[in-house]
Design a protein around this ligand. Structure first.
Ligand code: SF4
Ligand code: SF4
Ligand code: SF4
Ligand code: F3S
Length: 409
């Protein structure tokens, strides 16, 4: 086992391979307060990537109702019970990760292999409430609510320390140096399913007719063109922002991009070095860095597992903090308080309004003079959103047409 630094845990931890951070790391922020469980994201992914035989049950993107929903069934509570309660001291995780809790002989990662039955009910627990009943006529006006649920959209986290990768005896799983997307090499995979057992998020899935495993591919053909993934672009609730997260720990060596074209060109190599240096700095003008590293409003899901997931969640403001602490770790109270103030915070409000405003990945944003703007990786302006929708009021009587309007705005 190597020692790697997991910033979400505030400490070093054991991992089977030495650290090899990508040139830049794909990351997303999901605002759980805005998700309406329409499942458009789930269907966008399914129609794009998993409509083949043997993939019928697969939802690389799923949306579950917390606390009772889960896909595969009980994926989180079953592992949490094995791992034991999480313990933190002043922002440092003092419990064991799934790598440290494994016996090291029969398994490299503490995991669970879901049964076919557990894969069969993606909507189990949907809209079930916690905290009591809602009698007819009940009015809910306090925060957090006594009765509550919330929707949790989930995809592969393209973890910095992927458990699936750590567990595969064939070394069929790799993390792309260009963007940190985690992929299963379908030609190397022999269907051992150690990855399915090891992924603590239930995001590696076995395809029985081909005897290989499949997982979310981060829509890499789109990402390579500077476009958002299908599940991000199609999100009806505009809850998702996609981009890059700075490394934040520049002492870790970065691998070269294994591209002959780039290696042949001195200019390209210099550009690659520049990109690497840039990826290490925290950027206040980058949407994901701003939300995760600067404002700390978006938190990882079950950080105690230790994979350093790269999908971040703005926690729901109506849910009791003790449950949120269990699911998102420390920092929940700060994130909720900051989010509640967003209506009076121009930069935060403007950035959240940029979610869902363009199919392109926004790499720089600015909020000024009542307008939020976003630029793509080429420096082109791709989104302009007013913080307040302009209101136009027309005369109720239209003299030119000789009619009276009922709707004047
Ligand atoms: Fe939630 Fe967006 Fe998915 Fe709809 S499309 S379920 S709003 S994440
Ligand atoms: Fe692997 Fe699971 Fe992490 Fe995805 S979420 S990279 S499948 S460990
Ligand atoms: Fe599916 Fe692409 Fe979203 Fe992954 S990133 S869940 S492959 S739509
Ligand atoms: Fe490896 Fe998973 Fe295939 S463990 S061999 S990638 S099924």
């Amino acid at each position: 086992m190597a020692k790697v630094f997991n910033w979400q845990l505030g400490r070093e931890m054991e991992y089977p391979y030495p650290d090899a951070k990508p040139q830049r790391q794909i990351a997303m922020v999901f605002d759980t307060n805005k998700c309406i469980a329409c499942q458009t994201c789930s269907m966008a992914c399914k129609m794009t990537w998993t409509s083949g035989r043997g993939q019928e049950y697969m939802f690389w993107n799923n949306v579950e109702t917390k606390p009772y929903g889960s896909y595969p069934t009980a994926w989180d509570v079953a592992l949490l019970e094995k791992l034991g309660p999480q313990t933190w001291e002043e922002g440092v995780y003092t419990g064991k990760t799934i790598f440290e809790a494994a016996d090291g002989k029969t398994e490299k990662v503490l995991g669970l292999l879901p049964t076919d039955e557990e894969w069969a009910h993606p909507n189990l627990g949907e809209d079930e409430i916690a905290g009591g009943n809602v009698p007819r006529g009940m009015h809910i006006n306090e925060l957090p609510h006594k009765v509550w649920f919330f929707y949790l959209p989930r995809i592969c986290n393209h973890c910095s320390y992927p458990a699936c990768l750590a567990a595969c005896p064939r070394r069929a799983i790799y993390k792309r140096p260009e963007d940190g997307i985690v992929l299963i090499d379908q030609s190397r995979c022999r269907g051992y399913r150690e990855c399915v057992k090891a992924c603590p998020y239930g995001k590696s899935m076995f395809r029985p007719n081909q005897e290989v495993s499949n997982k979310c591919i981060g829509c890499y053909p789109k990402v390579e063109k500077g476009l958002q993934t299908q599940c991000v672009e199609q999100c009806i609730g505009k809850i998702r922002g996609q981009g890059w997260l700075s490394a934040g720990d520049p002492e870790v060596p970065r691998p070269e991009v294994p591209s002959a074209a780039r290696a042949d060109s001195k200019d390209a190599r210099a550009a690659s070095d520049d990109a690497r240096a840039a990826s290490e700095k925290v950027r206040e003008d980058h949407p994901i860095d701003y939300l995760v590293r600067v404002r700390k409003i978006a938190l990882p899901l079950y950080p105690q597992f230790g994979t350093q997931p790269n999908i971040y969640y703005i926690p729901p403001i109506h849910v009791p903090a003790d449950y949120l602490h269990q699911i998102f770790g420390p920092g929940v109270e700060h994130a909720i308080e900051t989010y509640k103030q967003a209506k009076d915070d121009e930069t935060l409000k403007g950035l959240l309004l940029l979610f869902g405003s363009t199919p392109e990945i926004i790499e720089r944003f600015e909020v000024a003079k009542g307008t939020a703007r976003g630029w793509n990786g080429k420096g082109e302006l791709v989104a302009t959103i007013p913080l307040t929708e302009p209101l136009h009021v027309r005369d109720s009587r239209d003299a030119a047409r000789g009619v009276v309007r009922l709707d004047v705005t």
